[in-house]
Design a protein around this ligand. Structure first.
Ligand SMILES: [Zn+2]
Length: 73
């Protein structure tokens, strides 16, 4: 069990100023690719109704870094 005082996020964000970053969270559905910016984890994907565990939350900065590493197809 994680012992973070703030357990509302499943994934730890290894960056400072977490409060600011939370407002910049973008959730991406692993099933259909739907993206939504929200400080809270959505209960499910509004596009394909996938469960919340299918939604991956990262800040827009982290997504940008990921996209830069992976060549766009
Ligand atoms: Zn979806």
């Amino acid at each position: 069990m994680a012992s973070h005082p703030d357990s509302s996020l499943a994934e730890p964000i290894p960056l400072p100023r977490r409060q600011d970053l939370r407002a910049d969270l973008v959730w991406r559905c692993a099933d259909c690719g739907y993206q939504r910016q929200s400080p809270e984890r959505p209960e499910r994907c509004p596009a394909c109704s996938a469960g919340t565990e299918r939604l991956e939350g990262k800040t827009s900065i982290e997504w940008r870094l990921l996209m830069r590493r992976r060549p766009a197809v």
